[in-house]
Design a protein around this ligand. Sequence first.
Ligand code: SAM
Length: 290
Amino acid sequence: MDREKMLSNPQETIRVIKENEFTFRKNYGQNFLIDSHVIDKIVAAAEIDKETDVLEIGPGIGTLTQYLAEAARSVTAVEIDDKLIPILGKTLSEYDNVKVIHGDIMKQDVAAIFDGKPFKIVANLPYYITTPIIMSLLELRVPADSITVMIQKEVADRMKAGPGSKDYGALSLAVQYYCEPYLAANVPPNCFMPRPQVGSAVIRLKILDKPSVEVKDEKLLFKIIRGAFNQRRKTLANAVANFEGLSFTRSEVEEALSNLGFDTRVRGEALTLEEFGKLSDELGSLKAGE
Ligand code: SAM
């Protein structure tokens, strides 16, 4: 399609919105892209070619979808807003490799859509639900190669942060357990209609073949991580001992820490994912040996 006629041209977006009397729904996190350079960056970061099948979350009026349809073998787009479904029928009518599903991404059996075959996830995500969408895709271990998404800059920073940084926390560790994150671009509010209140970023999460650390009990690891960052200012031993989801005493956590050669007053933010893994196995074996 001629670029001038694509929805990345703000005039086209305004025309489609007016013609269809569409009103933006804030509760669905609707901020449509109106910048072709940003969309090119998303498609390039996702490394899409004519052998790629793409899952798009929240196509809106189809702005990113048009670019994905031109670059990929196929695009399956899941949109929750019923008012957008007839509009997508028109804006994507030129493409025979796009399928739109009307529904909530949180309720879709994503792996079944692709029959168990590999695919890539690409989206300008609705910001009200960014973290739940990404974490549920990762925890369900959907057979995707990568997730390339536009999200709030602040969330992107947390996803890629390492120990010692103020952004480092449970989200960094959860994402880095499953993926290798790469920040592809920072995006200012004027690239969207309407403009969001916050800065945005494009992040690519390359999903690892197996988790980046091996632990005996994955659930225990994530409970310890949640506990450690639940009370950031406390020592790790205190925070974990106070955490409702676990039943370790402070001295048990201190014992595990010193068995591993750590200062017993260490804080969670100082430990790497690998070190959390070791702590989890140590605490698990302390309990098992009771
Ligand atoms: N992809 C379009 C673009 O870049 O211009 C629109 C992106 S907009 C930030 C987010 C889109 O996700 C909206 O179209 C919204 O209606 C849709 N959405 C919100 N929650 C959803 C959900 N739970 N499942 C599927 N789509 C959702």
